[in-house]
Every structure is written in C-alpha cells, then in structure tokens.
Write a protein that binds this ligand. Structure first.
Ligand code: 5GP
Length: 131
C-alpha cells in the first residue's frame, strides 16, 4: 500500500477534514497556508487522468464540497485547486485557500504548525463539511 492509501485506511495518522466511502480529505503536513488540504481517492491510482470519466467526476464533486467547507472555515478570495503528484504516487488534489497568487507558490517556505493547530484547522473544516 502506498502512503496515502495507508492514510485513508487510518494506518498512518492524518488530520481528517472530510470523507465518504470513496474519497478522503486531510491536511497537507507541509502547508503553504492554513487550510491547505489534500483530497484523495481511497482506491490506489497514481495518475489522476488514469481515472475514468465517472470516477474523476465524482472526485471533483467531492473536492468541490471540501473547497466550499475550506472557504467557509478560512475566508479567502478563492480556493485554488492544484494537481502535481510528483512526490507521492497516489492521485491527489491540493486545495489551498488563497489571498494572493503567492499563496500557491510551492517553492515558498512551508508553515510550521503545532499538532494542536493542525487539529483545530482540520476540526473547523470538518465541521463545515458536515453542514
Ligand atoms: P506532490 O506529490 O503533489 O508534489 O506533493 C505531495 C504533497 O503531499 C506535499 O505537499 C507533501 O507535503 C504532502 N505529504 C507527503 N507526505 C505526507 C504525509 O505523510 N502526510 C501528509 N498529511 N501530507 C504528506
């Protein structure tokens, strides 16, 4: 199992933001900004564009719901959706609440947050997702 499959299965801890039977959302451990979230399919698939049309549509619909929850929890201009996938070979969408373009510069220094801060951020997004 790859690392993100283990996270979705609960075998590796993560800060859960949202889930359903098919998809899982959790905080990026090296966040660009507060609320930087990763959305993944539970199914092991590396390249997002290997998903068939129905699966990628459901994936996007789930990511949209998570983005709405992030925006409610962390007011921002827009939530950016970014797909890179060069580091972890399991399809994932980055959702990043944005106040400016520099918030999505992956070369910039990442935030250092305490476990308590991570938990509070995840709880806020999770609460909005449940509404
Ligand atoms: P990418 O594959 O999109 O280039 O980058 C993978 C992203 O996953 C990075 O932003 C990195 O911080 C995040 N990441 C890598 N390993 C873990 C992990 O074990 N837990 C969490 N929460 N995030 C991770």
């Amino acid at each position: 199992m790859d690392i993100f499959s283990k996270i979705a299965a609960g075998e590796i801890p993560s800060y859960k933001c949202a889930e359903n039977e098919e998809f899982y959302a959790f905080l990026d451990i090296n966040p660009l900004v507060k609320g930087h979230t990763l959305v993944i399919p539970r199914r092991e698939v590396d390249y997002i564009f290997d998903m068939d049309d129905d699966e990628i549509a459901r994936f996007q619909q789930f990511a949209k719901r998570v983005a709405i929850a992030i925006k409610a929890a962390f007011p921002c201009i827009k939530v950016a959706e970014v797909v890179l996938g060069l580091e972890v070979p399991h399809a994932h969408i980055h959702l990043i609440p944005m106040q400016s373009e520099s918030d999505v510069d992956f070369k910039r220094e990442k935030l250092k947050l305490s476990p308590e801060e991570f938990q509070q951020i995840a709880d806020k997004i999770y609460a909005e997702f449940q509404k």
